[in-house]
Design a protein around this ligand. Structure first.
Ligand code: SF4
Length: 124
């Protein structure tokens, strides 16, 4: 399960969904880029992580959490760092985590585009 210490964990966080995450049995290195990874290597690694997320039963809970916590690193809920960063840029700098579900509301249609065939590297 992606997790790192810089995120602002929402006060109402519940973690039970993490028990069902498919990444628990995947290589954690798929979900976080190594230092200085760029270009096609990064795209391919992100796509590999996204393909796991795409069939994960707790993808929406995961994406919701990550957006609300403003997780800066890793693929969460099928959303890459860049996709989440674009969502964060739309937020007021005084943003504090809203209630459960607010992350999905903020993501809008990005949440589905993130695991489209094109985003998974499977062609349009
Ligand atoms: S959506 Fe992806 S990152 Fe989130 S729990 Fe599932 S496999 Fe892990």
């Amino acid at each position: 399960m992606p997790q790192q210490p810089l995120a602002q964990v929402p006060l109402d966080s519940r973690w039970h969904w993490q028990e069902r995450g498919l990444c628990r049995s995947a290589d954690p290195l798929l979900f976080f880029h190594p230092q200085n990874e760029r270009g096609s290597s990064r795209v391919r690694r992100d796509q590999s992580a996204k393909r796991i997320c795409a069939s994960c039963p707790v993808r929406l809970e995961c994406a919701d959490y990550a957006i609300r916590a403003r997780e800066p690193y890793g693929v969460w809920g099928g959303l890459s760092e860049d996709e989440r960063e674009a969502i964060y840029r739309r937020l007021d700098s005084r943003y504090v985590a809203g209630p459960v579900g607010n992350g999905l509301h903020l993501a809008g249609d990005v949440i589905n585009r993130a695991i489209s065939r094109d985003a998974l590297g499977l062609g349009a």
